[in-house]
Design a protein around this ligand. Structure first.
Ligand SMILES: Nc1nc2c(ncn2[C@@H]2O[C@H](COP(=O)(O)OP(=O)(O)OP(=O)(O)O)[C@@H](O)[C@H]2O)c(=O)[nH]1
Length: 599
């Protein structure tokens, strides 16, 4: 048996904002991973976007050396995980590389729905879960109440939960001491054939594909020929190493360790997440259980404003999918918007992030259509199809039954906001399944149409509960529903990219609200623009954007040429995110008008 007793592989799981990244930074600082000068505010949240939004999107690993009070030095490999409900799947991937997880709970805020969901994932995967009470420096910290919540809501023993403040550093040593004591060391044979699990892969412009792996058995070093089990391809290893968090080459990676492998893989599909690596000399090694393929929940069409950008767009998507296994896409053509891609996302936050990355990192100007869920359609001929694009809905005469996806939602909310949360759930066509009163919070469980949940439910829930309610949900089943397709016509022409699938009871109201909203968003043109909503052949709502000749130069007096130029340029830039549909220019916001309509 190889001696791996000095290794601890763990993840930090927590609800968003409970302090995972701050605690991780503390670990790095205390274990000397970086000098203070190198320590940025949040080293782990390295992507610009993450820093701006202050949330962790990708899971990152860091290897540190901790000299415990017993005198023994431990190798700590920890993997940061995202806390937002959209990214639950990344959590389960990170957990597959670990023997334990720190459950970080804000001692003022208490247990929130996402911590519960992630904690169950950890327990299911057989991990040792160690509770940590963070933010103990805050006057509102109530460790006893929160311990009770951990025991009641999650059902794990919290007697020995370690109090700390990631911000001030208080108690962080105790967290490390307890961690090396309670989290088990990995098991594995260094002398066995190589068997390594790819936890994450991303594309680096200089290095090619970099894969984060957990070595289960054996060892891998520079120069080795590795075999990617699913593709059957052999690659020569250029380097292996760890993040400290700096990229640091190592002589090898051994059983029990977590680190990166670079093997000159240029094809971005050459090292799929969840795959098993071995050496080409031991091709018969068993494949490790991978990860469940993630199904996107929300689909939207994305189209380049300029059709010349289509190939760049395709390339950008190819690169993004390597970093983001959840992203799925296929080409789509729209009569109104031309060639683009239908993209599947995990949720609205995921969609916003991808859209922003495409625009910032790849400098693309894109028009996004309204997001939709997937509907199950039973056709008269008995065939079942799945529709993720309202304009692709078959003719009503050939449809036997339409079914919508239903999610099971778990909500935790303090009692004083319960009434508002229930009202919201009813408004969203929810059916209550369970309600439990706990010491300080109420746990309510609802079945809700996914269509109602993915668009704005999370934001509405936060606003009706003053930010206190938390949510976790997952797909449960398809259920028959009275659905119709709502078409939008601009100057009498149906615009396929604006079609929606809605509940019949809401169709008239939605049609009216949508056309009203679009009237505000479509700028006046040189002619009247009629906006209509229709179900089948029946027009259910109509508004008109009155004609107006917008002459920006009228504002300029005295013939100041530079000012004139500036104004014209400004107008040109303002035009960028518009799409000419027939004779009408429609701005991006109008395509997403449905998101601004209260249901
Ligand atoms: N007072 C106090 N604030 C803390 C403590 N730990 C973290 N914070 C603050 O809480 C906020 C959220 O901390 P993060 O570490 O970014 O939270 P996170 O859980 O990593 O959040 P995501 O990365 O978005 O999932 C930040 O403003 C931190 O400064 C603490 O011990 N005490």
């Amino acid at each position: 048996m190889s001696d791996l007793s000095h290794i601890r592989n763990f993840s930090i799981i927590a609800h968003i904002d409970h302090g995972k990244s701050t605690l991780a930074d503390r670990f790095i600082q205390m274990c000397g991973g970086l000098s203070d000068r190198e320590m940025e505010a949040q080293v782990l949240d390295s992507m610009d976007l993450e820093r701006e939004r202050g949330i962790t999107i990708k899971a990152h690993s860091v290897t540190l050396h901790y000299k415990a009070q017993s005198g023994k030095t431990y190798q700590l490999n920890f993997i940061d995980t995202p806390g937002h409900v959209d990214f639950t799947y990344e959590v389960s991937r990170s957990l597959a590389a670990c023997e334990g997880a720190l459950l970080v709970v804000d001692a003022g805020q208490g247990v929130e729905a996402q911590s519960v969901a992630n904690c169950y994932t950890a327990i299911e995967q057989g991990l040792e879960v160690m509770p940590v009470l963070n933010k103990m420096d805050l006057p509102q910290a109530e460790p006893e109440r929160v311990k009770e919540e951990i025991e009641h809501i999650i059902g794990i023993d919290a007697t020995d939960a370690v109090p700390c403040s990631a911000k001030s550093g208080m108690g962080v040593i105790d967290v490390l001491e307890r961690l090396v004591e309670v989290i088990p060391a990995p098991e594995g044979e260094i002398d066995a054939p190589l068997q390594a699990l790819i936890i994450d892969s991303w594309f680096d412009n200089y290095l090619g594909v970099v894969s984060l792996v957990r070595v289960k058995h054996g060892r891998v070093k520079k120069g080795d020929k590795i075999l990617v089990k699913s593709t059957g391809k052999v690659h020569q290893v250029d380097s292996v190493g760890v993040f400290t968090p700096k990229h640091t080459d190592m002589p090898d990676l051994k059983a029990g360790e977590v680190g990166f492998i670079i093997a000159g893989i240029k094809d971005i599909h050459g090292a799929p997440v969840g795959d098993t690596l071995t050496l080409s000399s031991t091709p018969d090694v068993d494949v490790l259980p991978g990860f469940q393929r993630i199904k996107p929940q929300v689909y939207a069409g994305l189209f380049p404003v300029s059709s010349d950008d289509f190939e760049d767009f395709r390339e950008a998507l190819q690169k993004l999918t390597l970093n983001d296994a959840a992203l799925q896409y296929e080409p789509e053509s729209s009569e109104a918007l031309g060639f683009g891609f239908r993209i599947g996302f995990l949720g609205m936050l995921h969609m916003e992030i991808i859209q922003e990355r495409l625009e910032r990192e790849y400098d693309l100007d894109l028009i996004t259509t309204a997001p939709t869920v997937v509907f199950e359609i039973v056709q008269k001929n008995g065939e079942i199809i799945y529709v993720d694009n309202p304009s692709k809905l078959p003719d009503l005469s050939s449809i036997d039954e339409m079914r919508e996806p239903i999610v099971r939602a778990n909500i935790l909310v303090p009692q004083e906001h319960l009434g508002n949360v229930i009202t919201l759930c009813i408004e969203k066509r929810g059916v209550q399944r369970d309600m439990q009163f706990l010491s300080s919070q109420v746990q309510v469980c609802y079945d809700l149409p996914m269509n109602e949940v993915v668009l704005d439910f999370f934001d509405r829930l936060k606003s009706v509960s003053r930010g206190y309610a938390s949510l976790d949900y997952s797909f449960d089943r398809f259920e028959p529903a009275n659905l119709v397709k709502l078409d939008v016509l601009i100057n009498g022409e149906k615009v396929d990219a604006l079609a929606l699938i809605v509940h019949r009871d809401q169709a008239h109201y939605k049609g009216r609200a949508l056309t009203e909203k679009m009237k505000e968003l479509i700028p006046r043109q040189m002619f009247d623009v009629a906006i209509q909503a229709a179900i089948g052949g029946q027009i259910v709502a109509r508004t008109t954007v009155k004609a107006l000749r917008k002459n920006v130069l009228a504002k300029c007096y005295g013939g100041d040429v530079s000012r004139k130029k500036k104004l014209l340029e400004k107008q040109k830039a303002g035009k960028k995110r518009m799409k000419q549909v027939g004779s009408v220019e429609i701005p991006q916001e109008a395509f997403l008008a449905v998101l601004k309509v209260d249901s």
